[in-house]
Ligand binder design. Sequence first.
Ligand SMILES: NC(=O)c1ccc[n+]([C@@H]2O[C@H](COP(=O)([O-])OP(=O)(O)OC[C@H]3O[C@@H](n4cnc5c(N)ncnc54)[C@H](OP(=O)(O)O)[C@@H]3O)[C@@H](O)[C@H]2O)c1
Length: 327
Amino acid sequence: MRAAVVTGFGEPDVFELRELPDPVPGPGQVAIDVSHAAVGLIDVFVRQGLYKDREGLPLPPYVPGLEVAGTVRALGGGVAGLRVGEPVVTLSGTGADGGYASVAVVDAAMTASLEGTGVDPASAVAAVPNAATAYLALTEVAHLGRGERVLVHGALGGLASAFPGMARDLGAAEVVGTVRRASLADARASALPYDEVVAGEELPGALGERRFDVVVDPVGGRVRTDSLPVMAPLGRMLLVGNASGDWEHTVPTNALWGGSLAMLGFSIGFYLPSHPERAASAARAALRAIGRGLVGIAVQALPLAEAAEAHRRIERGSVGGRIVLTP
Ligand SMILES: NC(=O)c1ccc[n+]([C@@H]2O[C@H](COP(=O)([O-])OP(=O)(O)OC[C@H]3O[C@@H](n4cnc5c(N)ncnc54)[C@H](OP(=O)(O)O)[C@@H]3O)[C@@H](O)[C@H]2O)c1
């Protein structure tokens, strides 16, 4: 198979396109002929070496890529409910590697069929994994209730942009997004079901008297602590990333008991492998929201050989959707 290999931690030019042996599925796994592999900020952080000491994440040389779409190529032992040739997409519980390749092997439990959904593979890999993550974070962790208000930071990012649609599907009364630069907001946010998008630097004033039951924060840094005053009593903040790269930021925990607030972390890659039984319902919820037109993320496709360019674009920021690689 063809694969884009990270040959060492460092700058994007560590990528090399290589021919590797085709991987073979073991028990409970499927091999997929990959048509589209998603690229995420987490892939960039791992390639930069930020997580090099974290157990369970790959060391060079490795093939990055958490999520793929394509067709089933072969079934491992004991796999039922999928057939060779079936169009599928995977969720993000498959480990941090293997996707940037023409063949990927993943756990069958993390594989959802696209048959009959009408969702094309590029859109599926761009939206389904993040929408499934949003569903699990909002239901199992934040316990979003019908009629509640939701605030989403970094509102147009790959992960964040799945939240307004999932929150609406779950009955949220109002969903507001924040972005770094207000000038970007109007054009790009129009495809997403936000009630309003405001500039993060104008918090908390731009939100007036509104108080939010759930805050979704994949950004971290200052916007995280600036959110505390706009949370309703018993509000829950979902900590789902650190796109700001501000790894030193700390939170004044006394503000939490004072405001009756909770901060809850969630990481799909470390959650789903221990709860594989949750994957199918999350994928169904994601596909339902996509089918309702609630998760409309823009997709940029690049050839697999341009994996380094994909990472450079993400490092520059403002991709405004998701990049997918085509092997
Ligand atoms: N918890 C999980 O299960 C999970 C799953 C997937 C991803 N993640 C994490 O979520 C984060 C986002 O990943 P992604 O793939 O969605 O990335 P992405 O598509 O690159 O989006 C990042 C977003 O954050 C915004 N941003 C970056 N720096 C900012 C700052 N200093 N202030 C305000 N906004 C800022 C960007 O805004 P601009 O457009 O202005 O650059 C962009 O909208 C990463 O930390 C990733 O590791 C977590």
